[in-house]
Design a protein around this ligand. Structure first.
Ligand code: SF4
Ligand code: SF4
Length: 136
């Protein structure tokens, strides 16, 4: 989205798996300085290409920026549920705990994605994953 930038958010540097760096999901990248990427110009292609949905969708409010809301929404290729099939889906992750899902901006964002209905929508935290539109 034009005009929307990460600012001091670095949530995806923790949430994403970056295979080129052998970085597992859920662990802060060793190149993260706390406020930015320490190898920004040479960061892996996976980091260059990836933007969370807050960066992509104008309808999501400023309050939903992941470092403010505690929830990172992303378009993912693999369903997070155990035994769930491969395929595009929307995942809202709360890396610091499920309490973040109770905030109004997260509640409204999940409702918007479920209403739109074109993809499965997952709520993920710790080792849990909940499908929000089970009819899919
Ligand atoms: S989670 Fe989104 S807003 Fe935060 S650093 Fe990553 S792309 Fe930027
Ligand atoms: S290389 Fe940079 S952008 Fe990529 S995860 Fe690490 S700190 Fe974040």
């Amino acid at each position: 989205m034009p005009g929307r930038s990460c600012g001091s958010c670095t949530a995806c540097c923790r949430v994403l798996e970056i295979r080129a760096l052998d970085k597992p999901a859920g662990i802060l990248c060793r190149h993260n300085t706390g406020r930015a990427c320490g190898i920004y110009a040479e960061r892996p292609e996976a980091c260059v290409q990836w933007h969370c949905l807050w960066r992509r969708i104008a309808a999501l409010p400023d309050a939903l920026r992941p470092d403010r809301s505690g929830v990172v929404f992303g378009l993912e290729r693999r369903h997070p549920g155990e035994g769930a099939p491969e395929g595009a889906c929307i995942v809202g992750r709360a890396p610091d705990g499920e309490e973040a899902f109770a905030r109004w901006e997260a509640v409204e964002a999940f409702a918007m994605f479920v209403r739109e209905g074109s993809l499965p929508v997952w709520k993920a935290y710790a080792r849990h994953a909940i499908l929000m539109n089970p009819s899919r």
